[in-house]
Design a protein around this ligand. Structure first.
Ligand code: NAP
Length: 282
């Protein structure tokens, strides 16, 4: 039987610790950490994610400042909002919910976020610093995955990690974080030929493709550590990017879907906001 990497349980433990840290910060400084969330347009899923992030702030005693902008917002208007938040000393972290409407230059807007408030780890500068081993907040989903691997004492150094997916918020930073942790890393993407052959070599496999159960159970090497970042709703619960049914007979450890990677993404965002507030108010 394999070890279940329980992100839900871990995120509860981390939140309990954050509640104490926020209380201590309030006591010492009289100030409450604030995460500013920016939601542009009327995408239902994005609105739900922003609401979940606001709820998580409340659970640890933090405040959130909600900025909601209309669907027709321009890049210039969004940049102006971000600049106001950069300059606002009461705001410790900024989250721009991805994706923004197509007319907006999302990369320019992410990169406008001040490095010390980039608690979701979306700026090129933050990514570059992280990749070079310098201090920066990590992209929330891969940083959450690294926290899970650490909490469960999963050995990374010297292992072959195969990351399937190379997005800016997930696959690329995931690969760099695993490299920083001394894994030998292979990155696969939509142009990779014979994906199964790469997956078969993985000691650690990370599914970050956005397609339901694309990575098949039969491809996975016995004893591998399986990390599934995907979530695709189904009538009963949901499935990930990896075929997980029966995986406990193959993998040495795996993240369940749901209850694995998902809860840790929000908790990581909140943890990095508390760290930013502690830095700013020290
Ligand atoms: P994305 O931006 O759509 O990127 C998907 C990546 O998968 C791309 O790099 C793409 O390659 C690659 N890909 C697509 N089809 C492929 C195939 N047939 N073979 C190999 N690679 C393929 O998605 P994302 O934002 O990174 O998200 C990936 C998954 O993680 C999704 O399931 C998403 O729901 C989940 N996610 C979860 C959280 C969380 O909080 N738990 C957060 C973010 C994302 P190309 O670059 O060549 O197009």
């Amino acid at each position: 039987m394999s070890l279940v990497l329980d992100g839900k349980l871990l995120s509860k433990e981390i939140e309990a610790n954050l509640l104490n840290r926020v209380a201590a910060l309030k006591e010492k400084t009289g100030r409450t950490p604030i995460l500013a969330t920016i939601l542009v347009g009327d995408d239902g899923a994005s609105a739900t994610y922003v609401r979940m992030k606001g709820n998580a702030c409340r659970r640890v005693g933090m405040d959130s400042l909600k900025i909601e902008l209309p669907q027709h917002t321009t890049t210039e208007q969004l940049l102006a909002e971000i600049e106001k938040l950069n300059q606002n000393p009461d705001v410790h972290g900024i989250l721009l919910q991805h994706p923004v409407p197509a007319q907006i230059d999302e990369r320019a807007c992410f990169d406008a976020i001040a490095l010390n408030k980039d608690v979701d780890g979306v700026t090129c500068l933050g990514f570059g610093r992280m990749a070079m081993g310098e201090s920066a907040y990590g992209s929330a989903t891969p940083a959450g995955i690294m926290s899970i691997l650490k909490a469960y004492n999963i050995e990374i150094a010297g292992k072959h990690a195969v990351v399937v997916g190379r997005s800016a918020i997930l696959g690329k930073p995931m690969a760099m974080m695993l490299l920083q942790a001394n894994a030998t890393v292979t990155i696969c993407h939509s142009k990779t030929q014979q994906l199964s052959e790469f997956v078969q070599q993985a000691d650690i496999i990370v599914g970050a493709v956005g397609q339901a159960e694309l990575i098949q159970k039969d491809w996975i090497k016995p004893g591998a550590v399986v990390v599934d970042a995907g979530f695709h709703p189904r009538e009963q619960g949901g499935v990930g990017d990896i075929q997980l049914e029966g995986i406990e007979d193959i993998a040495s450890a795996y993240t369940p879907v749901p209850g694995g990677v998902g809860p840790m993404t929000i908790t990581t965002l909140i943890r990095q906001t508390v760290e930013a507030a502690e830095q700013s108010l020290a």
